[in-house]
Design a protein. Structure first.
Length: 333
């Protein structure tokens, strides 16, 4: 396969989070062949039943190239035109996987060793694969993590704070509201308090942002609601500790607050000769920590079309990424 054929073949394997088994098997087969050809090793690393990370390495890894194999729903297959490859996961991150594989192949052909490729499950939900990989590092000193940054080296990435607000009330007939206690009204008051919280701003990462993602509650229009719930997502520019405490104070007495996920913001490494950017999305890097080495973040494609029905990746950026990854690895080695 050429690199565009590999990208399309990967896109055409549905790998929505928790359904990565087939993708892991395909990558393991591909990397096993590459390992056999150049004297390396390939391994499936179990994460959960029917979910495996895939690792290939040559020598004693100094640099590891890594990204995730799962995608968000819904699945739709690949197509291409003169400029782009389209389909779910095209830029997030099937095209990145193809670029990394071809970069490593070229480096091995040129006689370089001490490299690894690590592809993990679960990034789109809870970083389960990265958390498992962090438990079994292989001595790598540098990690090149792939996400769509339009081939610019990210100087930092925002973190994430997911919380749930749960309000409780007492049911009653709507004709006699004084006999009940509306959970929805409590939740509205709590959300109003949350929206008034002044969120932190960072000189590099910019402002924290809040999204009220879902609201649910109530039983019928003529019943005073006894339950209401909202899910919130905050893009962090720091550890999130102060933001979480401010949220707790804002909803106190109105709703219970449940912390679902906290991933701190990151400032990342740079290298001379590479164009830079700052990204607002969260990656697997915090879950991996520095167990796989000092992290760098870069990849082809635009985050603005990831997770959309217009997901696509420029063919020119896929080819450019191969050269970028090779240059980075050579500098780091």
């Amino acid at each position: 396969m050429n690199i565009f054929e590999l990208t399309r073949a990967l896109v055409d394997i549905e790998s929505i989070t928790e359904n990565e088994e087939q993708m892991g098997a395909a990558l393991f087969t591909h990397l096993s062949e590459l390992a056999a050809q150049y004297g390396g090793h390939a391994e499936l690393i179990p994460v959960e039943p029917r979910r495996n990370n895939v690792l290939a390495w040559w020598g004693n890894p100094t640099v590891t190239l890594s990204t995730h194999m799962d995608t968000v729903p819904p699945f739709f297959p690949s197509r291409e035109d003169d400029q782009h490859i389209w389909g779910r996961g095209a830029c997030d991150t099937k095209g990145i996987i193809a670029s990394m594989i071809f970069a490593v192949r070229d480096l091995l052909e040129a006689g370089h060793t001490n490299l690894a490729l690590l592809f993990v499950v679960g990034e789109e939900r809870n970083s389960a694969g990265a958390l498992m990989a962090a438990k079994s590092p292989r001595g790598s000193k540098f990690l090149i993590n792939g996400e769509p940054t339009e081939n610019k080296l990210a100087l930092g990435s925002k973190g994430a704070l997911r919380i749930e607000l749960v309000a409780s009330g007492r049911m009653a007939h709507s004709a006699y509201p004084e006999l009940g206690e509306s959970a929805i009204e409590k939740l509205i008051d709590a959300l109003n308090g949350v929206r008034r919280v002044k969120l932190p701003v960072d000189t590099i990462l910019g402002a924290s942002t809040l999204n009220i993602g879902t609201i649910s509650g109530g039983r019928a229009p003529n019943v005073i609601p006894d339950h209401a719930q909202a899910e919130l997502f905050i893009r962090l520019v720091d550890s999130g500790d102060a933001t979480l405490e401010a949220m707790k104070q804002a909803v106190e007495g109105k709703a219970e607050i449940r912390e679902v996920l906290t991933i701190p913001a990151l400032l990342l490494g740079s290298l001379p000769g590479f164009e830079t950017t700052v990204v607002s999305f969260t990656t697997d890097i915090p879950a991996l920590g520095e167990s796989w080495g000092k992290p760098y973040l870069i990849g082809p494609g635009s985050i603005h079309v990831a997770h959309t029905i217009e997901e696509r990746i420029p063919k020119a950026q896929i080819l450019e990424a191969v050269q970028i990854y090779k240059r980075m690895v050579q500098q780091l080695l």
